[in-house]
Design a protein around this ligand. Structure first.
Ligand code: UTP
Length: 293
C-alpha cells in the first residue's frame, strides 16, 4: 500500500461547551463531559484516544460551568502524595496518566452554545492553517486501536477530509448526519453529499457520521458565515457540505464498538461494556446483569 505525504494532523479540537440537556438535572452544574464511563470521565477517554493517535495539541472549546474539564488534567500534588504514602501505586499511576503534558492544552471559549459548528469556529485561531481533528466526548469507541488512529492511517493514504462512519438502522436516520456515498475503497468510502438528520424515506444511505472528524482548515471559511441549520443551530455538517466537490471527503468504517454517550441509554450501555471488560469488576458486573435481567 503506497503512503502519500500529507500535512500531519497535530491538533485536536474538543468541543465541550454544550448544555447536555438530555442529562439534566445531573448536568445542571457538572459538565456532561465529566460523567464517568467506568473509572474515567468521557473527556479523558477521548483525550487518551487523541494522545495514542499522536496528537500534540489539545484544544478545548469550553463555556460556563466547564472549568472542571481543564482542572481534571492538572497535577494534583496533595492527592499524589497521599496515594504515595498509602502505597497505592496502581492508583497513583492512573492519576498521573490523566495529567496533561505541559504546554499542550489550549483553551478557548464559546460564549453561547450556538451549535457544534460555532464551537469549532471558536477554535479557528488556535488551529491556524493546518488539518486538524475534532473529537466529541459524547462518542467513545471500544477497540484496541483507537478510532482516531485508524482515521489518521486512512488520512495518510487519501489526504483530504476524513469522517468516522457507521451503519445505523434506517428508521433512525432522523437522529444523525447521513452520507450520500460514492466509490467504496476497502474500509473507506468516498462521500458525495451530506444530509443532516433526514427522514428515513429521504435518507440517501444508512451510513452515519459519529463524532470524529479530520478536516482541512478551509472549513473555517464556511463556518464563519454563521448560517443556522437544523435545530436552529450552526451545524458543522452544513459547512462540510459546502466543501464537498471542492475537496476530497472520505468516510472510514472504523473498527470497534461505538457508544453514543450523549444519550442516557448509550451512556448506560458504555458503562456496562467497559465494566464487563474491567479486570477488577468485570465478574461482578456480569453477576449484576444476571441478577437484574
Ligand atoms: P450535543 O449535540 O450532544 O449537544 O453536542 P449538548 O448540548 O452537549 O447535549 P444535549 O443534546 O443538550 O443533551 C456534542 C458535543 O458538542 C459540544 C457538546 O459539549 C458536546 O461535547 N457542543 C455542542 C458545544 O461545544 N457547543 C455547542 O453549541 C453545542
Amino acid at each position: 500500500m503506497s503512503q502519500n505525504t500529507f500535512k500531519p494532523v497535530r491538533k485536536a479540537v474538543f468541543p465541550v461547551a454544550g448544555l447536555g440537556t438530555r442529562f439534566l438535572p445531573a448536568t445542571k452544574v457538572m459538565p456532561k463531559e465529566m460523567l464517568p464511563i467506568n473509572d474515567r470521565p468521557l473527556i479523558q477517554h477521548v483525550f487518551e484516544e487523541a494522545r495514542e493517535a499522536g496528537i500534540e495539541e489539545f484544544i478545548f472549546v469550553t463555556g460556563r460551568y466547564k472549568n472542571m474539564l481543564e482542572e481534571h488534567f492538572d497535577f494534583q500534588p496533595e492527592l499524589e502524595q497521599t496515594l504515595e504514602e498509602r502505597g497505592k501505586v496502581d492508583m497513583l499511576q492512573k492519576v498521573r496518566d490523566s495529567e496533561m503534558p505541559a504546554g499542550k492544552l489550549f483553551l478557548t471559549r464559546q460564549p453561547r452554545p450556538l451549535g457544534l459548528g460555532h464551537a469549532v469556529w471558536c477554535a479557528a485561531k488556535l488551529v491556524g492553517n493546518e488539518p486538524f481533528a475534532i473529537m466529541l466526548p459524547d462518542d467513545i469507541v471500544n477497540y484496541e486501536k483507537g478510532c482516531l488512529s485508524q482515521m489518521i492511517d486512512s488520512y495518510n493514504q487519501y489526504g483530504g477530509n476524513v469522517v468516522a462512519v457507521k451503519d445505523v438502522p434506517r428508521e433512525e436516520t432522523k437522529k444523525y448526519g447521513i452520507l450520500d456515498i460514492g466509490e467504496e475503497k476497502g474500509d473507506a468510502v468516498s462521500i458525495n453529499g451530506l444530509v443532516e438528520k433526514p427522514n428515513p424515506e429521504d435518507a440517501p444511505s444508512t451510513l452515519s457520521i459519529i463524532g470524529r472528524y479530520i478536516l482541512q482548515p478551509e472549513i473555517f471559511d464556511h463556518l464563519a458565515v454563521f448560517e443556522k441549520g437544523a435545530g436552529n443551530e450552526i451545524q458543522l455538517t452544513d459547512a462540510m457540505a459546502k466543501l464537498l466537490g471542492k475537496q476530497e471527503f472520505h468516510g472510514l468504517r472504523f473498527k470497534g464498538e461505538h457508544f453514543d454517550c450523549g444519550s442516557r441509554l448509550g451512556f448506560i450501555a458504555a458503562n456496562l461494556a467497559y465494566g464487563l471488560k474491567d479486570k477488577e469488576i468485570g465478574k461482578g458486573v456480569s453477576a449484576l446483569l444476571e441478577q437484574y435481567k
